[in-house]
Design a protein around this ligand. Structure first.
Ligand code: GDP
Length: 444
């Protein structure tokens, strides 16, 4: 799978820091060291890595992130946002011409996947944008390329404009656009020649085609597996030709992912699509935010973090933290907190959302039945206000009364009070920076 190593290492670094309730500058430094190594190992351009690490550090140290109530989440969020930014931030739309046909030039080295991607793009544009594409075979140096495009055209039922191997590629491109105009085709995708390396002759030919047809999009197609090379070639094509976007192919393979992360910042041009297989359906628009989440293995995690941040009342949380520290956390607070937490969604999800928690042994077994929560609440609500504020006075006779009032068994009432006392002790210890035995909270 693409990005596997990178994902694993980045997640490892995030998880490690997530296990800490508090994060010091030294923790952050250690995490960033690992992030840096992970990116370099994934073949991300070293300047890009340096810049990235600097930005994350500045943000993490600059505001009150480390002092906040959820420093680990905040740091993960920053890494995710900066990764997204690195890949371009917003998804870049495809540029359609106001005056059809829209003209697209596919450029890139031989074997990058240009011809296949020309077909995929035509297919995508027909299905998603209701376009009527025409393919143009301007790679006259490789007879097989013309055959390949014709086969694709037949498969997808699109016309292919071709003039064999003797014709001039610039003329073919011009005539194809004219043909589209005459036959009511609103999208022309021109497959151009590739070479094994960037060479002057090829660039001159591509420049001539560009000048003749003035394409709306010049899409540089590149094999993601070629890593740093992909970035260097993209840079060369952009400098000489002025590309409008990049299509990264073979993301279904075992790519380390470096090119996906560096191309945007090195060329300043967005990745617009990715190829994820050999079939003509295997193309997807590129969304930087989704890709960042995929790399960090976050999935719904960020949504959960945002939800938690939206729903969490910071002032109340601070009051709660003070009470825990002063050991005055009582049953009223307990109920309050239970209500707050249950507003955020299932507890199991919230636990897993805490970076690091998801890797705790046994976390998958943690199940909190909403019914149990309701029972606990019933027990607390059967206490007198005095009892709620002073859990110490809960004698056996009081407990019997509470059991009756809440329609729970005496054992259940005893168990819940015992758990409450233990959690209170544990939280008080944790608030003083002692995390030993935290697993006990999860019942492990
Ligand atoms: P061109 O020389 O740039 O026109 O490249 P081709 O379109 O001929 O593609 C070269 C090879 O890469 C072919 O075998 C394609 O099937 C394959 N290919 C293209 N795109 C992808 C992709 O996204 N994933 C995979 N796995 N293979 C691809």
């Amino acid at each position: 799978m693409a990005f596997e190593g990178l994902s694993e290492r980045l997640q490892g670094a995030m998880t490690k820091i997530g296990k800490k309730g508090r994060i010091t500058e030294a923790d952050l430094k250690e995490m960033m060291r690992e992030v840096r190594l992970a990116l370099l190992e994934a073949d991300v351009n070293f300047r890009v890595v340096k810049d990235f690490v600097k930005k994350v550090n500045e943000r993490a140290l600059g505001s009150d992130v480390l002092e906040s109530l959820s420093p680990a989440q905040q740091v993960v969020k920053i890494v995710n946002e900066e990764l997204t930014e690195l890949m371009g931030g917003e998804q870049e739309p495809f540029l359609f011409s106001k005056k059809p046909p829209t003209v697209v030039m596919m450029v890139g080295l031989q074997g990058a996947g240009k011809t296949t991607t020309a077909g995929k793009l035509a297919n995508y544009m027909k299905k998603r944008e209701n376009k009527r594409p025409l393919l143009a075979a301007a790679d006259v140096y490789r007879p097989a390329a013309i055959d390949q495009l014709q086969t694709i055209g037949k498969q997808l039922d699109f016309p292919v404009y071709q003039k064999g191997v003797e014709a001039n590629p610039v003329a073919i491109a011009e005539e194809a656009v004219e043909e589209a105009r005459m036959t009511g085709r609103d999208l022309v995708i021109i497959d151009t020649a590739g070479r094994l390396h960037v060479d002057e002759l090829l660039m001159t030919e591509l420049k001539n085609i560009k000048a003749a047809v003035q394409p709306d999009e010049i899409l540089f197609t590149v094999d993601a597996m070629t890593g740093q090379d992909a970035v260097n070639v993209a840079k060369a094509f952009n400098e000489q030709l002025g590309i409008t976007g990049v299509i990264l192919t073979k993301l279904d393979g075992d790519t380390r992912g470096g090119s996906a992360l560096s191309i945007r910042s090195v060329t300043g041009k967005p990745i617009k699509f990715t190829g994820q297989g050999e079939k003509l359906d295997d193309i997807e628009p590129f969304y930087p935010d989704r890709m960042a989440s995929r790399i960090l293995g976050m999935g719904d995690m960020l949504t959960l973090i945002e939800r938690a941040q939206q729903d969490y009342d910071e002032v109340k949380a601070q009051e709660m933290a003070d009470k825990i520290r002063e050991n005055t956390f009582d049953f009223n607070d307990f109920i309050d907190q239970m209500d707050q937490v249950s507003n955020m969604g299932p507890i199991e999800d919230i636990l897993k959302m805490i970076p690091g928690m998801s890797n705790w042994p046994g976390i998958d077994q943690v199940k909190v039945d909403p019914k149990d929560m309701a029972h606990m609440k019933a027990i607390v609500l059967s206490m007198t206000p005095e009892e709620r504020e002073n859990p110490e006075i809960l004698s056996q006779s009081r407990r019997r009364r509470i059991a009756k009032g809440s329609a729970r068994s005496l054992q259940e009432v005893n168990r819940m009070i015992k758990q409450f006392n233990e959690s209170r002790k544990m939280m008080n210890k944790m608030s003083k920076g002692n995390f030993d035995g935290m697993e006990g909270l999860l019942g492990n």
